[in-house]
Design a protein around this ligand. Sequence first.
Ligand code: KG4
Ligand code: ZN
Length: 337
Amino acid sequence: MTEQNEIILAIETSCDETAAAVVKGGTELLSNVVATQMDIHQKFGGVVPEVASRHHIEQMTAVLEQAMDEADVTFDDVDAVAVTQGPGLVGALLVGVNAAKAIAYAHDLPLIGVHHIAGHIYANRLEQPFEFPLLSLVVSGGHTELIYMNDHGDYQLIGETRDDAAGEAYDKVAKALELPYPGGPQIDQLAQSGEDTYQFPRSYLEEGSYDFSFSGLKTAVINKLHQKRQKNETIDSENVAASFQASVIDVLVNKTYQAALEHNVKQLIVAGGVSANQSLRARLQEKFEGSGIELCIPPLYLCTDNAAMIGAAASIQYHRGDFAGLDLNANPGLMMD
Ligand code: KG4
Ligand code: ZN
């Protein structure tokens, strides 16, 4: 095995997907298995942490076996085991961390603890090489961040949400519209047949700030729905969804574009579950067209949680010798640096 062709077995269990993947050289996907628990959590209208942990335990072994089989590798071929260390639900993370530690110990393999958001960013490297400096827009259920990178593994936070994450706002507005969990894809779909008739507020915060805030928008939508219900008016869900989405996307796209220009980046890398959103993808494409900045958005199966992205991020750590001990612990509030 040459140094750039290392084979990493990666595990991700930070929320409600039990995932394992085998990645070669940080860029080549040999297998990518995701067992989703979405239908289980749908009954509760959101992820129930204890239920998630229990299902991870039930699924973990089968998912690992399938990832190894599909990649057609044995543990003798594997050079390291990587796992999401945080952030996420602690009980859920612990299942993956313990599985990774057991494999590392049993097969005498180095262990790599990966930050979940670094994973989302590196999902893009399975599709194309990175060119620095780059800007990453991370939009997921727990994060909304603009991260500047001058080199591999170098993450500088230049903006973040001050309250709700973009995906969280999608999920809460969807709940208010009585749509099933997870709300993001539901609103995305509904919005396609609606119009921005409500013109909800766009929160740009202070001049020059790259921070975000979505809780005011969420409250405006919920208040509008309350008023309509009190007056017994029919709720035009398509227009509410389209109006909410237009506000989120205007702010995300405009701030990201400003930050990308100001920081003179070569690429914009989009990451996280909300990057699956059809309108966000289309608007970013329009905005960056002709800007000289290359827009990279992962294919849908790499946008939401998966282990391939963890293997891709772990490759950078592997080549730096950034290994964890067998005392690696899940860290629900793990920071990026
Ligand atoms: O990255 P991810 O799979 O998990 C976290 O790390 O949080 O992101 C999940 C989030 C959820 O809030 C979900 O509603 C949102 O991504 N999401 C979407 C879409 N698909 C998933 N939001 C808007 N439009 C979508 N198509
Ligand atoms: Zn995620």
